[in-house]
Ligand binder design. Structure first.
Ligand SMILES: [Mg+2]
Length: 245
């Protein structure tokens, strides 16, 4: 009889490598905005904006940081921060409020289109399909990937976007929200993630089992915490855990 009933997954850098996609998305949506906006103004015979990529992208980042400081409860809601920063930047450049809002929203649409172009590890879909037969599965992410648009969405009947809860991990709220929706006690659930601070510690402190996906790390592991180098090692770890319980 299995003691584990549910497994919750972090997504970025756990089920796929995130970094390359994030860099392309970061640059791509902002270049898209400047190019599309330039064409749009040209057609309307409006003068080009003074904004260029190099200065604009630095200013955009500074505005995001300012918004996160000014509205700290939104600090984990990256989509919100980006929207506010872009709207503000475009208004500062002389666009009307309504035009600034439209273009900021369009840029964020492009952001999400690029952002979902992550390639899950080749083993991930098969792994989740197998686990779904034995455990309830959930995703808990701080990332602002659109959960319904991400490639493995079908395997996660429960998906928690922690930033939108205004409580990014390591806040325990997204973990508690997942456990409540799964209707599972913490000690019957396991969280799998790559971040020691944001995944392993909060899960362990709630009494969940935790699997740290890290190819290096020799620190002593607290009780109920295991380390694997890659998520593809999860099935053999689970087999080992289930035999001991
Ligand atoms: Mg992660």
């Amino acid at each position: 009889m299995s003691s584990l009933q549910a497994i919750t997954f972090d997504l970025d850098d756990t089920l796929w490598d995130n970094q390359g996609v994030m860099l392309k998305t970061e640059e791509g949506h902002y270049r898209w905005l400047l190019e599309e906006l330039a064409t749009w103004r040209e057609i309307r015979e409006e003068p080009p904006l003074a904004l260029n990529y190099e200065q604009g992208v630095v200013d955009y980042l500074q505005r995001r940081r300012r918004w996160a400081q000014q509205v700290p409860e939104r600090r984990g809601d990256f989509t919100w921060l980006r929207l506010r920063a872009l709207e503000e930047q475009l208004e500062t450049e002389g666009l009307s409020r309504s035009t600034a809002l439209l273009w900021a929203a369009a840029a964020m649409n492009e952001f999400h289109r690029l952002r979902v172009q992550v390639k899950p590890h080749p083993e991930a879909a098969g792994l989740l399909a197998n686990l779904a037969g034995r455990y309830q599965l959930a995703a808990i992410t701080n990332g602002n990937i659109h959960l319904k648009r991400q490639p493995l969405a079908a395997y996660f009947p429960v998906a928690i976007a922690a930033g939108e809860l205004l409580a990014p991990k390591p806040d325990p709220k997204p973990f508690l929200a997942a456990l409540e929706r799964l209707n599972v006690a913490p000690d019957r659930a396991m969280h799998v993630g790559d971040s020691w601070q944001e995944d392993v510690l909060p899960a362990q402190q709630l009494g969940m089992h935790a699997v740290w996906v890290a190819d290096q790390g020799d620190q002593a592991l607290p009780t109920r915490v295991h380390r694997i180098a890659h998520v593809k090692e999860l099935p053999s770890l689970l087999e080992w855990i289930e035999k001991r319980t």
